[in-house]
Design a protein around this ligand. Structure first.
Ligand code: MG
Length: 384
């Protein structure tokens, strides 16, 4: 059998570059069929020179000419806002490493084309769950999570004929674990970006600091594994070694453990049901020391509860929540909003949710836009 072909969409971001490290480590197993980035032409061209994909995509149309002159002969260039989605049917495995709601097109196209989707873009599944679900039964279509928690749950459930009783999603607690609401009034962007255990992009790192990332992961777990919200728990595991756990009806808990290294879940999603031969994040048990667990502080980190609530409402509520969150996080990163106001901005936006069903791409996009609009209003008021 030949190598598994991989399309890496969002190839210059954190997930994209780590995916290419996995491919580089396992050259007999994987080859790159397509690469795409939004704007980082030079890095994209140097990736293309190394991995020789058949197609290279750039999201920003204005950069098409620059990319064309920089890629090696034989690599076709596609450009424009639809370039990512256009590449989603070009390989055995499509890695969706796009940041945020913008990844929706890739998720829908990859599954629609009957490909395996290695999903790092949780936002597309969260916002458009009702649209993504039917595509999972297309012949050949398969959704393997790259998110470390969901990869852990997937590993815990593999080969289990019995349904899980509870999912326990773990989280590091982020950089502000243990601090009170009062102590969090003055934190800066740099404070929020100083994640204690994981190296990730800025958007998800801020989401980790508010626990919105964990909240979005609760919705993601509900969509991926079909488990009711009342059976999904969140537990803080500050060392980020236990990546999530599943409890079965007989009282047994199965967990997946490794050092925090995204290349492990990426390699798992690319090679499943096999495993790659390169160890990423293997635990040195004698040196590990203790593992500790604690409940999240839902009173201080209110985004977690807001996400559970939106998940339970269903329909377009998760899309609305996600849009509001992306707007609030963007405003925080730009210095237009204080960290402690992020939850209030999202809460305000959720107060305007219109209860619409997520029955079309248009409905999901409208909910995302409305969530952003109401959040933007609240950001303006907070700043005045
Ligand atoms: Mg995660």
């Amino acid at each position: 059998m030949g190598a598994t072909t991989v399309a890496v969409l969002g190839s210059t971001g954190s997930i994209g570059t780590q995916t290419l490290e996995v491919v580089r480590a396992e050259p007999d197993r994987f080859s790159v069929a397509a690469l795409a980035a939004h704007r980082s032409v030079r890095e994209l061209a140097s990736q293309a020179a190394e991995f020789r994909p058949a197609v290279v995509g750039i999201g920003d149309q204005e950069l098409a000419a620059e990319l064309t002159s920089a890629v090696p002969a034989g690599s076709e260039v596609v450009a424009g806002p639809d370039a990512f989605a256009a590449l989603a049917g070009t390989a055995d495995v499509v890695v969706n490493g796009v940041v945020g709601f913008a990844g929706l097109g890739v998720t829908l196209e990859a599954l629609g084309a009957g490909r395996r989707l290695a999903l790092a873009n949780k936002e597309s599944l969260i916002a458009a769950g009702p649209l993504v679900q039917p595509l999972r039964s297309r012949p050949g279509a398969e959704l393997i999570p790259v998110d470390s928690e969901h990869s852990a749950v997937h590993q815990c459930l593999a080969g289990e004929p019995s349904p899980p009783e509870r999912l326990i999603l773990t989280g590091s607690g982020g950089p502000f674990r243990g601090r009170s609401a009062d102590e969090l009034r003055e934190v800066t962007v740099a404070d929020a970006l100083a994640h204690p255990t994981w190296s990730m992009g800025p958007k998800i790192t801020v989401d980790s600091s508010t626990l919105m990332n964990k909240g979005l992961e609760v919705i993601e777990a509900h969509e991926l594994f079909g488990v009711d919200y009342s059976c999904i728990d969140v537990l803080i595991q500050p060392q980020s070694v236990v990546h999530s756990m599943v409890t079965f009806g007989d009282g047994s808990t199965v967990a997946q453990l490794s050092m925090p290294d995204m290349r492990l879940p990426i390699g798992y999603a690319l090679a499943y049901p096999e495993r790659i031969d390169t160890p990423f994040g293997a635990v040195d048990w004698a040196a590990l020391g203790s593992l500790t667990f604690e409940l999240p502080d839902a009173g201080t980190f209110r985004c977690l509860g807001l996400a559970y609530e939106a998940g339970r409402v269903g329909g377009t509520a998760p899309a609305w929540l996600n849009g509001a969150n992306e707007c609030a996080v963007g405003a925080f990163l730009d210095g237009r909003l204080c960290w402690h106001e992020i939850a209030s901005v999202i809460e305000h936006a959720m107060g305007h949710h219109d209860g619409a069903a997520a029955d079309s791409v248009e409905a999901v996009i409208a909910a995302d836009s409305a969530g952003r609009r109401h959040a933007a209003d609240a950001v303006k008021r907070a700043g005045s």
